[in-house]
Design a protein around this ligand. Structure first.
Ligand SMILES: Nc1ncnc2c1ncn2[C@@H]1O[C@H](COP(=O)(O)OP(=O)(O)OP(=O)(O)O)[C@@H](O)[C@H]1O
Length: 236
């Protein structure tokens, strides 16, 4: 992204990012204090919020030039998402959850010759027991759900995997195991991974570590209008 700025509402939190690039296959950790705008930045990269100015290139297209419907399709094709709460469909099976993005992304679907086989392969690679493939996603442990969410993001190997605090519910050893399994899969297909966390201890596992304070500026609040100077006074 280049020269991007965004403000929530008229006078809400504002963020400016002069330059941010992620190379193919790169793993990037984005660190920053609570409220510094990490999730806002991820929403801009995903095209779920549109910048007030600037360019955001994902998969060879400037998101700002796409209609809302094309942006949704573009996101499904080029970005795999792992949310903090995983956002799995609790009543659907593990397999159906993993296959879901392929419904909205024909190019990703085209890269998967046998979807059921690929879902099972990803599960095995990420340490999900084969017996769980038919289980309801909502019946799984937090650690298992996180791996299913990773398999869903990886299927069809989009160019970019975005992960918003996906390991915050796990202990340190489980976090490391999860990340190394995720990175092994992403690297085999040159998918980049950009992950947000509060936890600087994860830094050595990543190719590059970015601090919000170094890549983004918080915008000052817009000037208040001088309402009292123009408003007629009422005498009681
Ligand atoms: N939907 C929204 N509407 C209005 N303001 C919002 C919205 N989402 C976030 N903000 C504001 O943007 C600022 C940055 O929030 P954001 O969630 O991006 O930070 P963060 O670094 O991800 O925080 P955390 O680490 O606590 O998740 C906050 O002041 C927040 O109130």
């Amino acid at each position: 992204m280049t020269d991007v700025s965004y403000r929530w509402g008229r006078a809400g939190f504002g963020l400016a990012v002069p330059q941010l690039q992620v190379a193919a296959g790169e793993t990037v950790l984005l660190l920053g204090r609570s409220g510094s705008g990490k999730s806002t930045l991820l929403s801009l990269i995903c095209g779920t919020v549109m910048p007030d100015q600037g360019r955001i290139d994902v998969g060879g297209a400037d998101l700002c030039t796409l209609s809302a419907a094309r942006r949704d399709r573009h996101r499904a094709e080029y970005i795999g998402l792992i949310f903090q709460q995983f956002n799995l469909l609790p009543y659907a099976s593990v397999t159906d959850n993993i296959l879901l993005p392929l419904r909205f992304a024909p190019k990703r679907r085209g890269r998967v010759s046998g979807p059921l086989h690929e879902a099972a392969r990803l599960c095995a690679a990420l340490g999900i027991d084969e017996a769980l493939l038919a289980a309801r996603a909502g019946s799984l442990s937090v650690g298992q759900q996180q791996r299913v969410a990773a398999a869903r993001a990886l299927i069809g190997f989009p160019q970019l995997i975005i992960a918003d605090e996906p390991t915050s519910a796990l202990d340190a050893a489980s976090q490391e195991t999860f990340l190394s399994l995720l990175f092994d899969q992403a690297r085999t297909h040159n998918s980049a991974v950009m992950m947000v966390s509060h936890d600087a201890r994860l830094a050595p596992m990543f190719d590059r570590v970015l601090q919000m304070d170094d890549i983004a500026q918080t915008l000052p609040p817009p000037p208040q209008k001088m309402r009292s100077a123009t408003k007629p006074e009422h005498n009681a």
